[in-house]
Design a protein around this ligand. Structure first.
Ligand SMILES: [Zn+2]
Length: 455
């Protein structure tokens, strides 16, 4: 693989000391970072196959989107006026059309999502949905790094639960990509609302055996705690700890309604983390909001996620960092309890840690995989400041991403995808989108006709 020298940029290492190198450099050899440092240490360009003078750019570790559902780009703008964090809102806008999804819809949708993520600086994402095999295939083709959580749905049927677990286990065995970029996990559907305690614990046991984790929604909707409050007089988080669930690696999305005791459960657990999805929480109109500041204070890893693009309408992690920061200020009634530097860490190294990948990605340090984003700061809006993190988050945009590497492979060059042109991906997607919604409409009119005949 080619050796690469990037120099002249402001480099955010996001290492333990948060070192920033003005006019600094990064070198890549065999897909890994072989050097990073200040301007005066820049090696001689003649020793490299490729040289990028990125003066006027910000170079960061690739961003980690800690929670999304990449297939759901098909529902973009289709749940306006509905909360996706309540059963009702989800049922009214997503549930019915979802029944018309077929396997061949998945790859074009995931390809488009991967394109949008790559073009805005994301190198790794954590996905949860049905059709996990099809998702894995599409992510492998796109070249991004991804944790793909197999959505385990039980629907109150013990036998179905067992079958789903067997399928999910086969997914763990078969879908890990040779290059290590695609990592299969389990994605239990809502605990207590759907997956039983026995099934959840069987999932933890298998996941631990494979050294992977479980990604799920927790404390997202008002329904989450209803069942356990009646049965155990405790929150779902506390009830799950009692059955041993937190012995596994648990990555929980949303967490809008965590009590002080719930936060303590996360803090005690050996490998529990939270995906803070501020836009989705804010948009839902729910009273609760993820206590990101308290969680961090308690020592819990808090990453940042966009959630699906029906709940957000964007995969732009720069915009999501901004919303995450602003919402925390509003919730805590303090000016910026999460600093720009905190937010960058949450969107890189803490995201990596949540996924058990912090030894491999999340910072620009020698030996790590070369997952790197370069944002062009030469345009309007990026005037002088001593604070490059704030410039990206509060003045900038993911749309100013110019180059992106995953494991040293350049996936975005000069704002264009290298593996497959965006126009090609988009054309394919548009045809799938039209076909899918045509099917949804046809199913709806058939339904209406049947209802009429029965009446
Ligand atoms: Zn979600």
């Amino acid at each position: 693989m080619a050796s690469t020298l990037i120099h002249g940029a402001t480099v955010l290492s996001v290492d333990a000391e948060n070192r920033v190198f003005e006019g600094g450099f990064v070198t890549i050899r065999d897909g890994r970072i072989s050097g990073v440092g200040p301007r005066d240490g820049t090696p001689n360009p003649s020793g490299f196959d490729e040289v990028f003078d990125l003066t006027g750019h910000l170079v960061t570790p690739g961003l980690v989107n800690a929670h999304t559902h990449s297939v759901m780009v098909l529902f973009r703008g289709r749940s306006e006026g509905q909360s996706l964090l309540t059963m009702d809102g989800w049922y009214n806008s997503i549930r019915e059309p979802e029944l018309s999804l077929i396997a061949s819809d998945i790859a074009p949708a995931v390809a488009l999502s991967c394109a949008e993520m790559a073009l805005s600086g994301t190198t790794t994402f954590c996905d949860q949905y049905f059709f996990a095999e099809e998702i894995a295939g599409a992510v492998k083709a796109a070249g991004l790094r991804s944790v793909i959580a197999y959505g385990i749905v039980q629907l109150g049927d013990e036998r179905r639960g067992k079958e789903e677990l067997a399928k999910a286990t086969a997914f763990l065995e078969q879908q890990r990509s040779a290059d290590g970029r695609v990592i299969p996990w389990f994605g239990p559907h809502a605990p207590y609302v759907d997956n039983t305690e026995d099934l959840l614990m069987a999932e933890v046991e298998v996941a631990n055996r494979f050294g992977v984790g479980l990604h799920l929604h927790m404390a997202a909707g008002p329904e989450d705690n209803t069942e356990t409050e009646t049965r155990y007089r405790s929150t779902a988080t506390v009830a799950l700890e009692k059955i041993g669930f937190f012995k596994g690696r648990i990555h929980a999305a949303h967490c809008l309604d965590l009590s002080t005791e719930d936060i303590a459960v996360f803090a005690r657990a050996p490998a529990a983390s939270v995906a803070y999805c501020a836009s989705a929480g804010l948009r839902s109109g729910r009273e609760g909001m993820c206590p990101a500041v308290d969680l961090r204070r308690a020592g819990v890893t808090v990453a940042i996620g966009t959630d699906n693009v029906a709940a957000n309408n964007s995969y732009d992690m720069v915009a999501e960092m901004r919303v995450a920061g602003l919402v925390a200020s509003h919730r805590e009634r303090v000016a910026q309890p999460l600093t720009s530097r905190d937010l960058i860490r949450m969107a890189t190294i803490d995201g990596a840690k949540a996924l058990g990948l912090d030894h491999e990605i999340g910072s620009l340090e020698i030996g790590k995989a070369a997952d790197i984003a370069a944002f062009d700061f030469r345009g309007a809006g990026y005037s002088e400041t001593p604070d490059p993190e704030t410039l990206l988050i509060y003045s900038g945009s993911g749309r100013d991403l110019r180059h992106l590497w995953v494991a040293g492979e350049q996936l975005v060059a000069d704002r264009s995808l290298t593996r497959r042109p965006y126009q090609d991906i988009r054309q394919d997607y548009s045809a799938t989108y039209a076909d899918f919604w045509h099917r949804v409409e046809a199913a709806k009119s058939l339904d209406a006709k049947n209802t009429k005949e029965v009446a």
